[in-house]
Design a protein. Sequence first.
Length: 373
Amino acid sequence: MNDPRALSVLHVSQPTEAGVARIAADLAADQAARGWRVGIASPAEGALPGWTRAAGAVHLEWRAGRSPGPGIAGEILRLRRCVRGFKPDLVHLHSSKAGLAGRLLLRGKVPTIFEPNAWSFEAVRGPIASMTRLWERMGARWATATVCVSGAEMELGRGAGIDGEMRVIPNGIDLQRFPVAVAADRSAARRMLGLSDDPTVVCVGRLSEQKGQDLLLDAWAIVLARRPEARLLLIGDGPDRETLEARKLPRVGLVGQRDDVPTWLAAADLVAMPSRWEGCSLAMLEALARGRSIVASDVSGAREAIADDAGAVVPIGGVEALAVAIVERIEDPDLTEREGSAGRRRAEERHDLRKTAQQMADLYAEVLGQRKS
């Protein structure tokens, strides 16, 4: 193993916005602060290149599309140039596209960490799902270790027949960037954003099938029948924006992509997370840290993050259950305050970025130590 003070790590991520990109950038910042040589290979657009440089790391352009397809051969060749140029001691692949291209390229020749952040087969159905399960079983042999962000994600992988070394390291968040927001902070945030004091539900995430905002809008009609003064704000952008806007539901605002998410979370009474699949949503953890009650679908990581006291977990696609849980919290502010306080405690105990980044550094040391021996 090289001197850990001079360790060279290359992160690879196709997403350049939101959760996966933020995870890669946060790890890069921690590792650069340790004195390591750190790079992130990703497409040039989006926030990640800037986050990379702000972290004290090197950005390498890797042109790659979000979905697999005939362009994968070119993506592998372009990634090979990044790896050869950077000469990393270890490569950390984030999410499915990097996991596909990186494992096909490296095939275990360089110590490789793969972090799926939701398995690829969760996003597809039918024969394609069977093919992606087969690929994940094959690809696992080319990862020195696979990092799952929740126990549920690891169990799902094992249930799909994926073998190899697996570890659970939860996603972490910067608790200083997301401090707890008390009632006075809620009032101040609403004034800053020009919002009234009506009951406010916030949903943060890419506007896409995965994140389930369409299900939330289905539930919203039920919510309004009980609480017509309630307001829903969708924070984020994505391929489903036009479809969601076309529904023109009352008391719904599509705010778009924002760099002041902590303020929107502070303005909320509660946060809705209606995803169809996840690894462990970073937006959910940010809401916990801000002290917000959460209503989430029963995706991987939700029960571990929320437990019994920080909100409600409802069936995936359960529109009526989602609406009922939201109404219950709008009608009981004391409940949301108690759940918000419990959520902050859980964020501090399980999802402090300083702790989770150290767990990742320890895994790197273990992997590289095994390589040397």
